[in-house]
Design a protein around this ligand. Structure first.
Ligand code: UN1
Length: 505
């Protein structure tokens, strides 16, 4: 069971001193047993200000370091993560309550993005384009952008930062990071490991990366600060709605990764055994606290009864409990507020006519300050307003459909657009779901659940999810500025569009 002493041990292994863990104004509790595991120092707005200033000064130097050398720093950071994977995976589990397997998976996701970014550091390519003018050439050059402000949520307390940090650093940007107040320890550990990597190289400017701990006032400071040309924010749609106009007001760029309300469709041709396994992980895994968690399941009427029975049997077998123990599949919710909002949604589901299985609190006697729940299945007669809202908890709304077209419309009839899946062995159905009139999400999967994306693809979603893309593919382009260069290597001066302007001929 987590305690302040065990956390001190883990943090020491990750390079964070004991002094950083006590006497501060922010109490950190483990959702596993509610134990007070650290008291870290909050940063005042003025300190945030100096961190941004230092990151801005570091940027002036960092942007001149050749990209492959910047990639070397990120490669070494990945090595540090490999060395510390066990301790860091454990820290993630202790601080967020996710199971150890998933904590280790999160560290692996960080190692993977470091590998991707190190390779990318030699591939920040621009196009060469044909000019319409004789003796001219056009090309695109990608330049570092500046300081990137990163805001992250509790549920992926390290990997989401790493997606941004690894890419931003090879792109020549520097970083300031405001992690969730619920997961400051993971942020301190990331910073310490990055510093360990930096120490192995010469001339890494101090201040290329900083962590500032605090509440929404720091996020707002990021949004308003013109020294941050890009703010990458992960969190609720409400948070995004508050920050986005402030960033837009000063013409800053934003990568927004906000709410999801992810759906899956199971068609009559689906492999039901495979679908049940996938859906179990997607809906109940991480205690339903991924932005990619499955929340809405549309089942064809012909497979409804069979599938719901399979799902209930599978749910009954989920081991819920201490996420550090072998065999546990579902740990606690992050805290009381999450538990209360889950109960409110289940109440509303019942008044919408749902049959609810599960959802009750567990181990209250053992750990009164921890919130374990049995993942819930709510069979809804139709998709109500409740199902169109994201509740960050393990509730799966199950609904019946008859026509695939209607199912796709229902699937898209929510404000969020992050991740989606179809389970089918019918090529036409799969292609339709991935087509222009199919799923309107940023992630569209066939025969796998909506969660658990690899870093190689661009990650993000449409509509109220915010439209941002992070991690792989060409997401790096948002972290750089593009210059279009036209070079005249002739002795003439032809104008584009054939314009004549010959006064000095
Ligand atoms: C999140 O929940 O904010 O695709 C990120 C996934 C993970 C990332 C989730 N790779 O589920």
């Amino acid at each position: 069971m987590p305690s302040a002493a065990s956390v001190r041990g883990l943090m020491a292994e990750l390079g964070v001193s004991e002094a950083a863990l006590s006497g501060g104004g922010l109490a950190v509790r483990s959702p596993i047993n509610g134990a007070l595991i650290a008291e870290v120092r909050l940063h005042a707005k003025a300190e945030c200000e100096s961190a941004i200033e230092a990151a801005d000064a570091a940027f002036r130097l960092w942007r001149m370091v050749p990209a492959p050398q910047r990639g070397e720093l990120v490669r070494l950071f990945g090595e540090e993560l490999r060395i510390s994977k066990a301790a860091f995976g454990q820290l993630i589990a202790v601080e967020t309550g996710k199971i150890l397997q998933e904590g280790l998976g999160e560290v692996q996701e960080m190692i993977d993005i470091c590998g991707f970014a190190a390779g990318l550091s030699r591939q920040l390519y621009g196009l060469t384009l044909p000019s319409e003018r004789p003796g001219h050439r056009m090309m695109e050059t990608w330049h570092p952008l500046g300081v990137v402000g990163i805001i992250t949520a509790f549920n992926f307390p390290a990997a989401v930062w790493a997606w941004n940090a690894a890419i931003a650093l090879v792109c020549g940007d520097t970083l300031v990071w405001k992690p969730s107040e619920k997961a400051p320890l993971c942020a301190l550990a990331c910073q310490a490991l990055l510093e360990r990597a930096a120490m192995q190289l010469e001339k890494i400017p101090p201040g290329i990366s900083a962590v500032v701990l605090g509440g929404p006032e720091l996020a707002e400071a990021f949004a308003a600060d013109p020294r941050l040309p890009l703010v990458s924010a992960t969190g609720s749609t409400r948070m995004g709605r508050a920050l986005a106009p402030k960033i837009a007001q000063r013409f800053g760029r934003a990568i927004l990764e906000l709410g999801g309300n992810n759906g899956a469709i199971v068609t009559p041709s689906a492999d039901l055994a495979l679908a049940a396994r996938a859906i179990l992980f997607a809906a109940a895994g991480t205690a339903g606290q991924r932005c990619t968690s499955l929340r809405r399941l549309l089942l064809h009427a012909s497979v409804y009864d069979d599938f719901v029975t399979r799902l209930k049997t599978a749910y009954a077998q989920i081991a819920i409990g201490n996420p550090l123990a072998d065999g546990t599949l579902v740990g606690p919710l992050i805290g009381r507020a999450a538990f209360e909002s889950m109960q409110e949604s289940l109440c509303e589901a019942r008044s919408d006519g749902a049959t609810v299985t599960g959802g009750e609190r567990l181990y209250e006697d053992l750990w009164p300050e921890a919130y374990y729940v049995r993942p819930a299945i709510a069979e809804l007669p139709r998709q109500t307003a409740l199902a169109a809202r994201e509740t960050f908890a393990p509730i799966l709304y199950v609904m019946r459909y008859r026509e695939l077209d209607t199912a796709i419309s229902e699937h898209n009839a929510v404000a969020q657009g992050l991740a989606s899946s179809i389970f089918t062995n019918d090529l036409r159905e799969a292609e339709l779901f991935m087509s222009a009139r199919g799923s309107d999400c940023g992630i569209v999967n066939v025969n796998i659940g909506p969660s658990g994306a690899e870093i190689g693809g661009a990650f993000g979603g449409e509509k109220e999810t915010g439209g941002g893309r992070e991690a792989g593919s060409d997401a790096w382009k948002t972290y750089m500025r593009r210059a279009t260069n036209t070079i005249n290597f002739s002795q003439e001066l032809p104008l584009a569009q054939g314009i004549r302007f010959d006064a000095l001929r």
